[in-house]
Every structure is written in structure tokens, then in C-alpha cells.
Design a protein around this ligand. Structure first.
Ligand code: BEZ
Length: 251
């Protein structure tokens, strides 16, 4: 969650992040008056959907730029800057909701500990993020691009955490949550803005390691390496795989 984000670009070109996860709100089933924390709220669109159901929701995000954009998008809602491994809540919440965030948190145990602390006993977590095998072809292409320009390896740089169901259930159980639902599913995702734009948005760690001089050669090499697997009928389709979980705080 420490990436620097271009919130305008995110809102304009990556809206699939929240439009494709709208049904996650059905799994959350927010009730009128419930206190909900949206962990990794981005520009606030799902936070607003939760608020529409009558819940009292606070959005937090590690990026000050995202929080600023969320507040501009939804001035009537509460947003603040906070990291998944260190955030605090004023009062325990009934539910923690999180979409497309936890794959940025390599300290999964740290985040799970914070989530448990934020929940009232019996409170629930509903989360979706990249699971085992997520963006496998994109990762392969980035690895090839890094190699092509002589940059450090993908493994040494990757900021992402894509666990299996078993791995993540163990993290949640270890923190004091009881897993009530878990599924891992493919969700090929059309990236209208193109793979280059995707890497520019989400791959800032790799771009920083590559440096300005080799940036274009790196992006060309990534596109070339990914084309066979991900460029379909003139469009880029990223090989997303989602891990969707629900869990309840025990005691
Ligand atoms: C994802 O939503 O799966 C994702 C987004 C950015 C980087 C890696 C994965």
C-alpha cells in the first residue's frame, strides 16, 4: 500500500477495480446503522455504495492522494489516511470491508491483527484481492522486461502478495478470525487503457528500479512478452484471479 498513486488516472482509467467488485457489497450485506470500515477505500466509490445502504462508513487508504480524491468525490463521507498494518479505529466496528487492497500488504499477519483489533467480538471481515496465480502472465512479462533491461529480478522487487485459500485462511485463523467463506476464481479483466498504462499505474516499484533512461525499453519488452497471452482481439485482458473471503471475529 506504499505505492504512490495518480488518483485522477485511477478514477478515469481503472474503474473496473470497483465496478467488477460491486457484488462484494452483497456478501457484506451492510445493515442500516452498522459501523463499517472500508480498508483501502481508493477513490471512495465502494465506500459510497456501503453508505447508500444506511451504514456508517469510514474509508481509509494509505495514499493521501486517494483520500483527497475520495473526499472530493464524496464530501459527505469520512475518509482518512491509514496503513493496513498500523491503522486505529475510534470505536470497534461491526464490519471491515476491503477490495483490491490486501495484495499490496506483504505483512498479512500484521494486517489481520489490525483487522481483528478493529472489529467488535462477532464482527465480520469481507475482503477480495488477488489470490494465488493472480496476474501470472503479467508478472512473467514484467520479469522478462526487467531482465531485458538488466534491472533487478521480479522476485526481489515485487510488492505483491497473492496467497492461496489455505495460506490466507491460516493467517486469519492465527489472528483470531473464523473463516466462514472462501473462494478463488479467475476474473479475466479488460484493461481498456492498455497494459502499458496498467504497468505505469501499478508497477511504480519496477519503474523506479528500471530508471528513466530504460523506462520505454522496459515497457516495450513487457508488452512484447505479454502479447501472446494477454492481447486478445485488439484488447489487453489481464489474467486476474480473485480471492474472496468472509470471516468472523471469534469472541
Ligand atoms: C489486482 O487488483 O489484482 C492487482 C492490481 C494491481 C497490481 C497487482 C494486482
Amino acid at each position: 500500500m506504499s505505492n504512490s498513486w495518480d488518483a485522477n488516472h485511477y478514477d478515469a482509467a481503472h474503474s473496473y477495480v470497483w465496478t467488477l467488485a460491486a457484488d462484494l457489497i452483497e456478501l457484506l450485506a451492510p445493515q442500516r446503522g452498522e459501523r463499517v470500515l472500508d480498508l483501502g477505500c481508493g477513490t471512495g466509490h465502494l465506500t459510497a455504495k456501503i453508505a447508500e445502504r444506511g451504514a456508517v462508513v469510514v474509508g481509509i487508504d494509505a495514499s493521501a492522494e486517494m483520500v483527497r480524491q475520495a473526499q472530493e468525490n464524496y464530501p459527505g463521507l469520512s475518509f482518512r489516511v491509514g496503513d493496513a498494518t498500523s491503522f486505529e479505529v475510534d470505536e470497534p466496528v461491526d464490519a471491515v470491508f476491503s477490495n483490491a487492497t490486501l495484495h499490496w500488504v506483504k505483512d498479512a499477519r500484521g494486517a489481520a491483527g489490525r483487522i481483528v483489533r478493529a472489529l467488535r467480538p462477532g464482527g465480520r471481515l469481507v475482503a477480495e484481492f488477488g489470490g494465488k496465480g493472480n496476474v501470472r502472465e503479467v508478472c512473467r512479462a514484467i520479469a522478462a522486461g526487467l531482465e531485458a533491461v538488466g534491472a533487478p529480478s521480479f522476485e526481489s522487487l515485487s510488492p505483491w502478495y497473492f496467497p492461496s485459500i489455505v495460506e490466507y485462511a491460516a493467517v486469519l485463523e492465527g489472528a483470531g478470525l473464523e473463516v466462514t467463506f472462501a473462494t478463488l476464481f479467475d476474473r479475466p479483466t479488460l484493461v481498456e487503457a492498455g497494459l502499458r498504462s496498467w504497468v505505469e499505474m501499478y508497477g511504480t516499484t519496477f519503474l523506479a528500479a528500471v530508471g528513466e533512461q530504460k523506462r520505454e525499453a522496459f515497457l516495450d519488452a513487457v508488452e512484447e512478452a505479454a502479447r501472446g497471452a494477454l492481447f486478445k482481439e485488439g484488447k489487453w485482458v489481464a489474467d486476474y484471479r480473485r480471492l474472496r473471503v468472509a470471516a468472523r471475529r471469534v469472541g
